[in-house]
Design a protein around this ligand. Sequence first.
Ligand SMILES: Cc1cc2nc3c(=O)[nH]c(=O)nc-3n(C[C@H](O)[C@H](O)[C@H](O)COP(=O)(O)O)c2cc1C
Length: 305
Amino acid sequence: MAELLTEICGTKLRNPTILAAGILGVTSATLERAANSGAGAVTTKSIGPIRREGHPNPVVVETPCGLLNAVGLSCPSPEESIEELKKTIKELDIPVIASFYAHSELEFGNLAERISGVKPHLLEANISCPNVENDFGMAIGTDAEASSRITAEIKSMTDIPLIVKLTPNVTDIREIARAVEDAGADAIAVINTYGPGMAINAETGRPVLSNMFGGLSGPAIKPIALRCVYELYDEVGIPLIGIGGIQTGKDMAEMLMAGASACGIGTAIMNRGVEVFSEICRELEEFMDEHGYSRVRDIVGLAHR
Ligand SMILES: Cc1cc2nc3c(=O)[nH]c(=O)nc-3n(C[C@H](O)[C@H](O)[C@H](O)COP(=O)(O)O)c2cc1C
């Protein structure tokens, strides 16, 4: 049987599946469901600096090849989120990744310091949300200078390894990745949702999402995520977490071959249920056995030969 163990910044994962940020990650009970169904690690929904309502419903709509979402980074107060995170870390026996966002350099640094107090295994800075106002989210992640400053500020406030999550909505993702690596990022997660895009209801003649536009996830974005991981594997020396459209063990094998050391799974949970983690692991194991690969590191970056 193939061995699925992998590692991100010294943190060992029993397998390369990670619950992606924002999907099931609000309470410790929902994160526990992903852990119990076999995830190698879980990521919280992004924790913000203040309580935020997010956009009114509808915030998610299904399209033929993925989801459009404009949740709008809704979150409880940081006190409540950090308390929930503390509970999650205590209850789970797998690594917990704390995702967070803020509006400015200082706020990113302060929030990272507060979250670090409860000792998540890894931090993930979300500088890439496409469906929020311009002073945070993707506005940061499309600017190499701002991405670099924020990464450096977070690193100065915490010793916990930092993953920076990038947006694919840029002309050259390698430039942003180099900037965050040079500023001290320990790993990079690619990609957040693509777009924004929109859906229109032909019957009512109106946009479906209350926010009109939303980020695209699921199978439609897998080729873009693969390309981003492939490009960055040659560009940076830090580990990559590949996210975007992974639905099956074979999809995951492709993402590992592009250069990811582990993979985030989001929309597939809507399509296959929370058991998707153990199912994808079984499919990956079968794929590796059939092809004579015995360890995850045998296939990481294989497509670069
Ligand atoms: C409903 C929903 C909510 C999300 N919320 C967050 C979030 O809070 N923070 C974040 O970094 N990414 C968030 N994402 C993006 C996912 O973590 C992931 O990067 C994206 O969906 C692509 O992966 P997938 O195709 O496997 O879903 C969200 C995605 C969806 C569909």
